[in-house]
Ligand binder design. Structure first.
Ligand SMILES: [Zn+2]
Length: 492
């Protein structure tokens, strides 16, 4: 079968379009990463997973992917920061309760960057080619600001350097905020400066010799504007025109609009050929918020509630990225059941490959067909709902074939699971550290109780055996009896 055509919705053209890398079969893509002032939440990871699925789909088509995803470790003001004491996010992180454990804002950034990387690995997110940090690219940002001033696209005021949106005809082409009125509505007055020529002009450099993170520049001590980091990091690692840029829908305006303006005024070339944005995530039908008690990080779900990280991944990709997604704990439980099916199939296939009988391959053609359908669905604007359904259909075929499948069938099952894992990342953990930890659980005691229950059953003391099961149930520990004995897991 010929490779399917990879199509994705493009925010700029507002339609689903074929992804056509400038260099055939080599996708150069950039994803806006997190600001590392606290723990990233599942809404952030929902967005990062879209990029991961784009990378996996492209690789499944045989493409090479150069993926750059940054870490924002310079603080920037946001709307809520301004209404809340005018401290930027990094400073706020340092002055929070958790932040008091850190000597300075640099240590705080290091800490949360490492937690973010750990959570990424637990969710089977493929490592990007490079994960640059904004603070490692201050020099390039200063040079870019200087160049934009020189070529008439930016100007200096007593408080900073601003990009002049009127100097760039294309400003607003991504978000549609082109006319004066919509620009005025869309611009959140994060930086108020009477010297700005237009309210939508945005900062390339803020002069501030009191800021926690500051650098010396020809404009004086200060720090770069947020949008500039992605422009210079994308260009440094991927070239002047990139194939694809991804991020959350909240970044369309102003962040990505500003990236386009800066980049195209720096090079005179198109910045990016394809824009992909992930719609927002709700939890239990509500906006995720700490005060509502529906705010989850990966570590809340995995470390506190004992969820399998792969189930978290499954639940977060179960809805298509282009529609608002509703994450629920019931969805997570269902996902855990599905992950177990994949792992059950994998265990049976490994066993049958080693010890199974010789015989015909009963699974190959069915599973090959299902994998193709899975890949076709992913190429169809990342239709994860269909892709996961096809992958599950594969597990049903394997489970029907049974534990005693032939070696040839087992080889086909294994190949299917390998390819499915490559495409969707839901069969087995790909990096160390993916095993769910369950703090507060005394594993020794559980194992002792399981043994006692086994003995009770042998002695036909079913009342005692049931009592042990109920006791563990009440503690949230679920027992599973299988041919290999009894296993346990923590229920979400
Ligand atoms: Zn960015």
């Amino acid at each position: 079968m010929a490779s399917p055509v990879f199509r994705l919705y493009d925010t700029m053209s507002r339609q689903v379009e074929e992804v056509t890398p400038l260099e055939p079969d080599h996708l150069r893509m950039y994803t806006c990463g997190p600001t590392v002032y606290n723990v990233a939440h599942i809404g952030n990871f929902h967005t990062f997973l879209t990029s991961d699925l784009i990378v996996r789909t492209a690789q499944a088509l045989g493409w090479r992917v150069s993926h750059v995803s940054n870490i924002t470790d310079v603080g920037h003001l946001t709307e809520s920061d301004v209404s809340d004491g005018s401290e930027d996010r990094m400073a706020k992180g340092l002055h929070s309760k958790e932040g008091s454990a850190f000597a300075n804002v640099w240590d705080l950034a290091d800490h949360y960057a490492s937690l973010y990387k750990e959570d990424s690995r637990r969710l089977n997110l493929l490592e990007p080619m490079v994960r640059p940090r904004a603070t490692q690219h201050i020099r390039e940002q200063i040079l870019a600001a200087e160049k934009l001033v020189k070529n008439g696209h930016a100007y200096e005021t007593p408080t900073g350097v601003y990009f002049s949106v009127k100097s760039f005809k294309g400003y607003g082409k991504l978000s549609g905020n082109k006319d004066q009125e919509s620009l005025k509505r869309a611009v959140r007055n994060v930086v108020t400066d009477d010297n700005k020529r237009h309210p939508a002009d945005f900062a390339l450099w803020k002069k501030d010799d009191k800021h926690l993170m500051q650098w010396y520049s020809p404009f004086g001590w200060g720090f770069p504007g947020w949008h500039l980091e992605c422009t210079v990091m994308a260009q440094t690692y991927l070239g002047e025109t990139i194939d694809l840029h991804a991020g959350g829908e909240d970044l369309v305006f102003p962040h990505h609009e500003c990236e386009i303006a800066q980049s195209e005024c720096l090079t005179g070339k198109p910045f990016c050929n394809h824009w992909v944005h992930t719609r927002f995530l709700q939890v239990e039908g509500e906006k995720m918020s700490k005060s509502e008690g529906n705010f989850y990080s990966v570590r809340d779900l995995v470390d506190e509630m004992g969820a399998d990280p792969l189930a978290v991944r499954y639940a977060l990709i179960a809805g298509v990225y282009g529609k608002p997604m509703n994450f629920t704990l019931q969805g997570l439980r269902d996902a855990a059941g599905n992950i177990e099916r994949f792992q059950q199939c994998d265990a049976w296939a490994v066993k049958a490959l080693a010890k199974g009988p010789f015989g015909p391959d009963e699974l190959g053609p069915t599973l090959d067909g299902l994998y193709e359908e899975c890949l076709v669905a992913m190429c169809d604007d990342l239709n994860t709902a269909v892709a996961l359904a096809k992958a599950l259909e594969g597990t049903r075929a394997i489970l029907r074939e049974g534990e005693a499948m032939s070696k040839a069938s087992a080889a086909s099952a294994r190949a299917f699971l390998d390819k499915t894992n490559g495409l969707l990342g839901i069969v087995r953990p790909e990096s160390p550290g993916c095993t769910p930890k369950a703090p507060g659980v005394d594993e020794g005691r559980i194992l002792a109780l399981i043994e006692e229950r086994g003995e009770a059953k042998k002695g036909r003391d079913f009342a005692r055996a049931d009592a042990i099961r109920s006791q563990l149930e009440s503690e949230g520990i679920e027992l599973r009896d299988g041919p290999e004995g009894t296993t346990w897991r923590r229920r979400v």
